[in-house]
Each structure stands twice: as C-alpha cells, then as structure tokens.
Design a protein around this ligand. Structure first.
Ligand code: B12
Length: 438
C-alpha cells in the first residue's frame, strides 16, 4: 500500500567567508567583488535532482536556506539535507532540531558521502554517493516503516545518466537566482589531490544525453527568463565528440552560460568558436598554480604540470574566441613562498585574464590531500565552518595562517585594481572588435 510522505529537502546556509574578516570587508566594499559574488551564487542541482527522483504521489518541496528561513513547525514526515563541508555544522543543527520534533531526517551530498559516520551522529539515515538508485528505495522503505541507516551507491549498478528524470527546477522557481546550475556530466579524469568530488561520482566520466541537457536548459529558461545557466560539471569538455553533439542539439536553444573545464579545450579552435556562438561567455579553469613543482604534486600523472608552459597560449586561444577565463588559483601549496601572491597577480595581469578566484589550499575530508596532511601533522583546524577555502586550516612550512589569509587580498587588490580593470577592459574591447571583424 502506498503511503504519501510529506518531504522537505534543505540546502543549509553555508559559512561562506568563515572568519576571514579582512577579506569579508574587502568583498563588501569592492564593486567588482560584489558583481562576482552576485554570480557566484545559487543552488546546486542536487535537490532539484532528488525531487525529480521522487514518486509523484509524495508531497515534496525545497528550502534553500540562503534564500528562505526554515519552517521547523511545518507538518513533515521526512527531511532530506544536502551539503558541502562548510554547510555541515548548520546541517547538523537543522537535523537535531527536526529530530527533536519527531521528523525523520536523512542526509546526502559530498560531506555525508565522505564522513557518513559523523553525519549519523545527527541524522537517521545517510546516503553515500549518487542517489538515483538509493533515494527511491529509501522512500519505499520509509513507506513500509523500514528505513535503513545507510544507503551506499557503491552497492548498486552504476547510475546511467542517459535515463535520469528531469530535475524539479519548478520547486525553486520563486527564488530569484542570477545563475541556475545544471549538471550535464559527472566525474573528472584529472582527480586532483585536493578535490574530493571523485568520491561522490567515482572515476568514470559520464554524461547525460544531449537531448536531456537541452530539455533541462529549456525548462530553466522557461522558469527564469533572465538568469544565466551555470554548468555544475567539474570538467565539462572532456569528451569532445559529446561536446560537438551537444552543440548541435543546443543550436536552437538561445542562452548564455558558464562552464568549468581544463585547458585542453584551447587546442580545439573549431569548438571554441562554436562554444562562443552558442552562448558560452565565461569558462572557469583551475590553473591552480604558476609554480611547476606545485603542479607536479597535484595529479599523479603530472597533467597540469605538463601544461604550465603553455598556459599563456591556451589563455590567449580561449579568450581570443570571446570566452572570458575565470582562473582559479590555490595558495598554500607546498612550494609557495611569500613571493607567490605577487607572482600570481603578475601572471593574471600579464595574460589579461578576465576574472580570478584565489583560495587557500583546503584539506577537504575524503581528499588525498587530507590523508597526506594528516600524515604530516599539518591540519590546523577541523572546524568545518572554516572549510570555505577562504580560511587557512593547514600549517604551511613557510607561511603562517595570517600570511596566507592576508596574501589572498594582495592578489585580489592587484588584479581588481582600478588600473588593471581599465587596462583589461581595453584589452577585451579590442578583442571583441577583432572578433566582430573590425
Ligand atoms: C554549483 C556549485 C556551487 C554553487 C552553489 C552552491 C550551493 N550552495 O548549492 C556556488 C557557486 C555558490 C558554490 C560555491 C562554493 N563551492 Co561549490 N560547487 C558547485 C558544483 C560545481 C556543482 C554542485 C552541483 O550542482 N552538483 C550537481 C548535483 C546533482 O550533484 P551532487 O551535489 O553531487 O548530488 C548528487 C549526490 O551527491 C547526492 N546528493 C546530494 N545531496 C543529497 C541530499 C540527499 C538527501 C540525498 C539522498 C542525496 C544527495 O545525490 C545527487 C544526485 O546523485 C560542485 C562540484 C560538484 N562536483 O558537485 C562544487 C562544490 C560542491 N563546491 C565546493 C566548494 C569548496 C565551494 C565553496 C566553499 C568554494 C569557494 N570558496 O568558492 C563555495 C561556497 C559558497 C557558499 N555560498 O557557501 C566543493 C565542495 C568540497 C567540499 N567537500 O566541501 C565542490 C565539490 C567543488 C570541488 N570539486 O571541490 N558552489
């Protein structure tokens, strides 16, 4: 017999800047940073995806706590929490509060996947990995009053992205997001030392069917006419044949979008031109460091280190196609010194990189980096609310925590100074005139 459940999915409010107050003040007073923050926003695709996996006869809603407060008195049977590490402390508070009120609480997402036992200290059921098989199973177990403590994707066949249902973006359509995140692929072959995403998706790179991606974008554009689409994929252009098929499919879907990829896309000028024509305006690329020795330690096969010498050429090719690069750098890597901050700023300025994100090396639970830092006795704090990547939680061999936190500002103040902004604006103006053939 079917039992209709009242379900609420929650994305807990994150710690965001943690305790880095100098950086917070800079963010709040810099117009450029305010613009970046406006777009560095939104709700990941997890909860709309989970809602899409929920049978129709249940009642389901989504609360993004960054936008709406949680109603703890709502009549509910099940609460489902998601969260990255910096959201975990708040997720646990929410779980404790709902459980006090007799509501059944489940949790999934990257933090619960890598630390399921910690999560089980606060929630009734924990999910590890993807939820396409396990969430529907859990709901039917709850209907029969037999939910399990753990559901692990590793015990089920691989998730087939070709057949997953449309995410329920309609449930959050009232939220005025400048960017709506859509997922087209899962996995990343690079498996960098500091990234734990592989623990959620495994190492096999997979993608949704191109028609499914087009359907999702059409739905997002129906619900948010003026928002941009951000692809939630860690590395979207790995399979170039699939990218070509996707671009064919998307030709009739007008939208402006961002994506994340490695620099290998720079070697495909035909694709760059088509990506630009299709509406790709900003590409987030993890350059990570301008120091080759640092890069050698990142991937076991030295993928990024081998490309360092060609970074300038790759940047010029991508930006020359009208796609601005938002480059991400990490400070606090082993071979960084107090000169690193100026070196990164000089690299960004010399290469006219459109936007830059600099964060501090963070040993996220589940990452290979964390295991190494633990062995080396270099974890300075495991307070998850500081795992924002804008706080120093490691002991560096040469730089103190406050030097690392202050160093971030050096880079931001240089690359977003009035002078540099003006110079880059002139560079991009010329670049767009060239593209327009003038
Ligand atoms: C979109 C995104 C954002 C967005 C929106 C975040 C949000 N609040 O929702 C923005 C741009 C704001 C953002 C910011 C940050 N992000 Co972010 N972000 C992403 C990104 C690129 C995609 C997330 C997504 O939509 N995935 C698609 C969904 C479908 O996949 P999923 O979440 O894995 O969900 C599946 C399973 O995990 C599971 N699941 C997930 N939740 C639940 C819940 C239940 C109940 C169940 C049953 C199952 C389940 O089922 C899903 C389907 O199979 C991920 C990369 C990634 N690989 O996920 C990084 C990622 C989550 N971000 C990360 C980080 C570090 C940050 C920042 C802290 C970094 C920074 N300094 O900028 C900031 C924090 C900002 C803040 N506001 O607090 C890290 C998290 C690492 C960690 N362990 O904490 C990730 C993994 C990137 C990485 N590769 O390291 N981010």
């Amino acid at each position: 017999m079917r039992r209709r459940l009242r379900i609420l999915l929650i994305s807990p409010r994150g710690a965001f800047l943690g305790r880095n107050d100098a950086f917070r003040e800079y963010m709040e007073t810099s117009r450029e940073m305010q613009t970046i923050l406006h777009y560095w926003n939104g709700l990941g695709a997890a909860l709309p995806t989970i809602a899409g996996l929920t049978p129709d006869y249940h009642t389901i809603s989504i609360c993004d706590e960054h936008v709406t407060p949680i109603d703890f008195d709502a009549p509910l049977d099940v609460v489902g929490l998601t969260g990255m590490t910096q959201q975990a402390p708040r997720a646990y508070e929410i779980a404790d509060e709902f459980r006090r009120r007799g509501v059944y609480v489940a949790m999934g997402g990257i933090h619960a996947t890598v630390l399921p036992d910690e999560a089980l200290g606060h929630v009734d059921t924990v999910f590890t990995g993807e939820a396409e098989h396990t969430w529907p199973l859990f709901l039917s177990d709850v209907e029969r009053d037999r939910p399990r403590r753990r559901y692990d994707q590793a015990n089920y066949p691989a998730v087939d992205l070709e057949t997953i249902p449309l995410p329920r973006y309609d449930l959050v359509a009232a939220n005025d997001y400048p960017v709506v995140w859509v997922q087209a692929t899962r996995g990343c072959p690079l498996d960098c030392e500091f990234c734990a995403a592989t623990r959620v998706y495994g190492s096999t790179y997979r993608h949704k069917g191109v028609q499914q991606v087009a359907r999702e974008i059409t739905e997002v554009k129906r619900l948010w006419r003026h928002s941009q689409v951000g692809f939630a994929d860690d590395n979207m252009f790995v399979n170039k044949r699939w990218v070509r098929a996707l671009l064919d499919e998307l030709e009739s879907v007008p939208f402006t979008w961002y994506a994340q990829s490695d620099v290998s896309i720079s070697e495909h000028p035909d694709l760059l031109a088509r990506l630009h024509a299709n509406g790709l305006r900003i590409l987030f690329v993890g350059l990570e460091s301008v120091n080759g020795t640092n890069l050698e330690g990142i991937n076991a096969n030295g993928w990024k280190a081998r490309r360092l010498a060609r970074y300038p050429e790759a940047i010029a090719a991508i930006q020359g196609a009208g796609i601005g690069i938002y480059a991400s750098f990490i400070v606090g890597m082993d071979y960084d010194t107090d000169a690193t901050f100026e070196e990164i700023a000089a690299f960004v300025n010399a290469n006219n990189i459109m936007g830059t994100q600099v964060t501090i090396l963070t040993p996220f639970p589940g990452s290979v980096l964390r295991a190494r830092m633990e062995r080396e006795g270099r974890i300075a704090s495991s307070d998850w609310s500081l795992y924002t990547a804008w706080n120093a939680v490691i002991r560096h061999r040469r730089l103190t925590e406050s030097e690392l936190e202050a160093g971030l500002l050096t880079v931001y103040r240089s690359v977003y100074s009035e002078n540099e902004l003006r110079r880059r604006a002139a560079h991009f103006k010329q670049l767009f005139l060239n593209l327009a053939g003038r």
